[in-house]
Each structure stands twice: as structure tokens, then as C-alpha cells.
Design a protein around this ligand. Structure first.
Ligand SMILES: *Cc1c(COP(=O)(O)O)cnc(C)c1O
Length: 371
């Protein structure tokens, strides 16, 4: 059967037929029709953030990480000092790319099962005045923990530090309002909660810091200031645009708006999340993260204690029933992850839970309960 499997992953995600169909067309990169699509996407993105007055948006070719790397290279001066708030795998990736970009980088570590702590951040900023920028991962996709963006932004504002937010897996689903929350840059991508296909990221940059970014990036391809200036001047992308990705995102955003925007998306994902948690509890599975700090984006579950459990077999058994699960990303504990995002509804989550129940049965496991 050639029917697509349902992706319960943090991206690429299950997309609608309408979004997929938008890609059945070739576009010229210099063509006015295509450039109008790019302009429309940028306008919509700024509206979702309520950032029309305060920020510009700069799209960039590549996966989401390319845009995080570009944001650091474009925003942080060569003699800047970045503090990464670390409570998971994507935080560690941000620290690594910052170091590779040649910027001084300090890491403030927190427990993977907890949020980052704005009070500890405030103390760190007091004791290390050389810090110029803070990097926060809004939803740490490695665990599913939602970090306190507003409180972190308030601390950064009070200490006059730049804030770079990786909102890759939250933008579009969790409310982010640039009128209330102060940040220098915020990064997201086409293939996450907006339910486009992967292939481009975008970075919102605060207008007041934009000018100082000129000539700062040591990379040509990752220079967001250069991309911005070129796009404003010509309406075109600087280098070959991911045309099919852009038109798919345009179509995905139209459906996002039709659904009711961010509040409606959050409501659907929350319903998916609650259906998942309830169904999995019925099978004995236990989530890793306290529900009080869990984003309704992706859920980490402990592996069952049963010695017959093995993720590869469990994955294959769920896959045979049409559902793609995601491996865990914790170093100490055996876990797996289930995404709640994408063009899916709670009845499909019910079916996914049923598929996992049958997968356990296949393996002769009576309960998903961890040790
Ligand atoms: C998806 C994601 C990224 C980008 O990952 P890519 O594999 O480069 O697309 C970055 N940060 C977070 C928090 C993410 O969820």
C-alpha cells in the first residue's frame, strides 16, 4: 500500500494533501509570481509574531539548525560572549555551533527534566558581565520541556543582554508576542508547527540591532544581514531559493490561518497530547517530563521495564501499522518520543496508541510500565 505513514516525530511532519499539491509546479527564482509568494510568506510570519513594528523576518535555505547557526554568526560580534541555557540536546547543539562559529561560549546547565531557571540566569549575568547574548531553546524538543521564555526575556532585558531564541518546535503553536516579549532574534522553520515541508528556516531580527549586524558573519551563505538587504532591494532570495518549500509553506500558512491561527493550533495539539497521555497511561507507559512543564509538542516516554522490550522492534511493529515513532534523546535513560504535531487529529492519536498496544502484544509485553 502506498498510503503515507503518520509521522509522530518533531519534523518532518505529516502534511495535508493541499500542502503537498502546492509543490507540483516549477517556479523561476527571479519570477515576479514567485517573489510575491516569498513576500506574502514573510508578511504572514511577521503577523503571527505580532512583530511588524519591532522585527524583520529573514528566510534562509536549509534545515532549522542552519538558521540557528546563521543567527549566532549574524547577531553576535566576534568579541561577544554567548551564554547558552542548557537543559537538553538542542541546547547542547546551540552551544556547539556557537563555539564552532568562533564565539566565546559559556553553558549554564540545568536538569534535563526541569525548566531553565531565570533566577539562576540573573545571578550568572551578575557574576559574568562579559556575557553579551543569551541563547534559549523555547521548547527543548529532546525532552518536550517548555522553557519560560517571558521570564528569561525579562531577565535579559533588565540586564541589557541580547536574547536569541530557538523557537523551532514552538512557533505557531505556543503564543509568542513580540509586543510583550523582548528578544533580538527568534528562529523557527518551515517544517514544524506551521506544518509546511522542511527546507527553510526564518529568523526574526529586532530592527534596532539589524544595522550593527552588517558584515559580522564570517560565512557568506549564512549572513542574514546580507540576505535581508538583498531581499529588500530585489524581492529575490540571494541564492537559489527552495521554491517548492516556499510555496508549500505559503499554502500551509493559508490553512493555519483558516484553522484559526496559533490558538486553534495549540488547541488541536493539546487535544492530541491529552489523548496520547491518557491512552499511553492505559498501557502502563510513564512520561519523563512533569505535565506542569511539558509542551504539547512532543512527549518522552520511559521504555518499558520488560526485558523483551527493544526500541527497534517496537518501532517496526508500530510502523507496520502505519505510525512512525521517534527514538529518545536522553543519554542516561532508555526512552522514546511521540510527537503531537503535524496535520493530525486526536482520532489518529487514538489509532497510534492502539498500534503501540498491538506492538507490545507482538513482543509479549504485558505493560509499558518502566522500572
Ligand atoms: C527541529 C529543531 C531544530 C532544527 O533541527 P534541524 O534538524 O536542523 O531541522 C532546532 N531546534 C529545535 C528545538 C528543534 O526542535
Amino acid at each position: 500500500m502506498d498510503r503515507d505513514k503518520i509521522l509522530l516525530t518533531p519534523g518532518p511532519l505529516t502534511t495535508t494533501l493541499r500542502t503537498k499539491l502546492a509543490m507540483l509546479k516549477d517556479w523561476g527564482s527571479w519570477d515576479a509570481d514567485f517573489n510575491a509568494v516569498t513576500a506574502s510568506v514573510r508578511k504572514s510570519l511577521l503577523a503571527i509574531l505580532h512583530g511588524q513594528d519591532s522585527h524583520v523576518v529573514v528566510p534562509l535555505q536549509g534545515s532549522g539548525t542552519f538558521s540557528v547557526e546563521a543567527a549566532v554568526a549574524t547577531l553576535v560580534p566576534h568579541d561577544g560572549h554567548v551564554l547558552v541555557l542548557d537543559n537538553g540536546a538542542y541546547c547542547k547543539r546551540a552551544a556547539r555551533l556557537t563555539t564552532l562559529m568562533g564565539r566565546r561560549c559559556s553553558v549554564l546547565g540545568f536538569d534535563e527534566a526541569a525548566q531553565v531557571d531565570p533566577t539562576v540566569l540573573a545571578q550568572q549575568l551578575q557574576s559574568e558581565p562579559s556575557i553579551s547574548h543569551v541563547v534559549l531553546i523555547h521548547c527543548e524538543t529532546g525532552t518536550g520541556v517548555l522553557n519560560p521564555l517571558q521570564a528569561v526575556a525579562d531577565v535579559c532585558a533588565a540586564h541589557d543582554k541580547g536574547l536569541i531564541v530557538d523557537a523551532m518546535s514552538s512557533f505557531g503553536a505556543i503564543e509568542i508576542d513580540a509586543r510583550k516579549t523582548r528578544f533580538d532574534a527568534l528562529v523557527a522553520a518551515s517544517g514544524k508547527c506551521l506544518e509546511g515541508v522542511p527546507g527553510m528556516g526564518f529568523v526574526f531580527i529586532r530592527k534596532t540591532v539589524l544595522e550593527a549586524c552588517a558584515g559580522r558573519s564570517q560565512s557568506l551563505a549564512m549572513d542574514l544581514h546580507d540576505q535581508y538587504v538583498y531581499m529588500e532591494k530585489t524581492t529575490q532570495w540571494r541564492f537559489t531559493p527552495p521554491t517548492h518549500v516556499v510555496v508549500a509553506l505559503h499554502e500551509a500558512i493559508a490553512q493555519f490561518e483558516l484553522e484559526g491561527g496559533q490558538p486553534a493550533r495549540l488547541a488541536r495539539y493539546t487535544q492530541n497530547y491529552q489523548t496520547l497521555i491518557a491512552g499511553m497511561a492505559g498501557l502502563g507507559f510513564k512520561p519523563f517530563v512533569d505535565p506542569a512543564i511539558q509542551a504539547p509538542i512532543i512527549v518522552t516516554f520511559h521504555a518499558p521495564a520488560d526485558p523483551r522490550y527493544n526500541f527497534k522492534t517496537f518501532y517496526a511493529a508500530a510502523r507496520a501499522r502505519g505510525f512512525i515513532l521517534y527514538p529518545g534523546k536522553l543519554t542516561q535513560l532508555e526512552t522514546f518520543r511521540v510527537g503531537c504535531i503535524g496535520a493530525i487529529a486526536s482520532f489518529e492519536i487514538e489509532q497510534a496508541v492502539h498500534a503501540m498496544a498491538l506492538a507490545l502484544q507482538d513482543m509479549g509485553i504485558a505493560s509499558g510500565a518502566p522500572a
